[in-house]
Design a protein around this ligand. Structure first.
Ligand code: DOR
Ligand code: ZN
Length: 359
């Protein structure tokens, strides 16, 4: 969706503290090596989603995955992967607490079973996790939530709003001090819920949910590369997300949900959900904030609110964004496959120009 409102007083170049990505899919093996470089180019740290096959369900698996990521980093990169443990009906409070205490994982991820890619081993009923949630609340370990119910009778466009009423609000009543990140929110309902909740309830917002609505998925024909979960909603929701992201509220921060799939897995009779936006992430956020007349709030959203929520230090380095065209390639190599990036073939208004001189 091209907005035509620009802030003419905006600078042509913007230097901000280096951002972090609080929600990304880096995959594993050959694909990871290439997609990781795109995230590590822009972001200092990222929370790496654990929905591998098999999923990252224990301290030991999280440690192993972290080591593989570090080994696959481009030479000289100081990128820091932060791990999340995938909750199942059988997760053990002691194992989760150990991962947190040892610094192996910063959070746990709740995937309702069958909500999305590789979530079959997820939680079938949050009541199965009560002992784990009770412990997480006590030790201050955040719960990252894929907020969709999965019952067939609930329309896919309503699944996030129903999740708030049926799962999230009751969980916060049962565990009032539990730190929660409502991930990749897509509705005004979720933005309002988080806005009105206590300070330890926050949300991440993706670039694509700020830019596309559900009509975009069908513009001129079906657009598999714009399909992700939670699926984009109607225009009024996109506008609510833009208001939340640019509001300056510390409850909202950056999480790309960059989720690469090989071209054949997307362009298929049953295409996978996921948008690979890592190569263009900061370019997109800069455009959105500029269009909203809020470039001065980009640094808070991208680089300050997340560390404050997680109790982590701010990044010492700075990056430069420039208002000059970036041409996005049609495809990007990943292992033996190719991936179509978000905004493939388009010319973007902002470019990521690397780390800024610290002087
Ligand atoms: O679109 C999505 N893709 N949503 C998710 O929740 C998972 C992700 C993936 O892993 O591909
Ligand atoms: Zn995700």
């Amino acid at each position: 969706m091209a907005e035509q409102r620009f802030d003419d007083t905006a600078p042509a170049s913007l230097v901000i503290r280096q951002p972090d990505d609080w929600h990304v899919h880096l995959r594993d093996g050959a694909m990871m090596t290439q997609v990781l470089a795109h995230t590590a180019r822009q972001f200092a740290r990222a929370i790496v989603m654990p929905n591998l096959t098999p999923p990252v369900t224990t301290t030991q698996l999280a440690n192993g995955y972290r080591e593989r990521i570090l080994a696959a980093l481009p030479p000289g990169s100081t990128f820091e992967p932060l791990m999340a443990i995938y909750l199942t009906d059988h997760s053990q409070p002691d194992d989760i607490a150990e991962a947190f205490a040892r610094g192996v994982a910063v959070a746990c991820k709740l995937y309702p079973a069958h909500a999305t890619t590789n979530s079959a081993a997820g939680v079938t009923d949050i009541r199965h996790c009560h002992a784990v949630l009770e412990r997480m609340e006590r030790i201050g370990m955040p719960l990252l939530v894929h907020g969709e119910v999965t019952r067939r009778e609930v329309d896919i466009f309503d699944r996030e709003a129903v999740f708030i009423d049926e799962v999230l609000a009751p969980a916060l009543r049962d565990f009032p001090a539990l730190k929660v990140v409502f991930e990749h929110i897509t509705t005004a309902d979720a933005a309002n819920f988080v806005r009105d909740a206590p300070a330890h309830v926050a949300a991440t917002i993706t670039p694509h949910h700020l830019e596309i609505n559900r009509t975009s998925l069908f513009e001129g024909g079906i657009r598999p590369h714009l399909y992700c979960l939670p699926v984009a909603k109607r225009e009024s929701h996109r506008l609510a997300l833009r208001r939340a992201a640019t509001s300056g509220s510390a409850k909202f921060f950056l999480g790309t949900d960059s989720a690469p799939h090989a071209i054949g897995a997307k362009e298929s009779a049953c295409g996978c959900a996921g948008i690979f936006n890592a190569p263009v992430a900061m370019e997109c956020y800069a455009s959105v904030f500029e269009e909203e007349g809020a470039l001065g709030r980009l640094e808070g959203f991208a680089s300050e609110h997340g560390p404050a929520f997680y109790g982590l230090p701010l990044n010492p380095r700075r990056i430069r964004l420039e208002r000059r065209a970036m041409e996005v390639p049609a495809t990007i190599a990943a292992g033996d496959a190719r991936i179509v990036p978000y905004h493939a073939g388009a010319s973007l208004r902002w470019s990521f120009a690397g780390l800024a001189d610290q002087a």
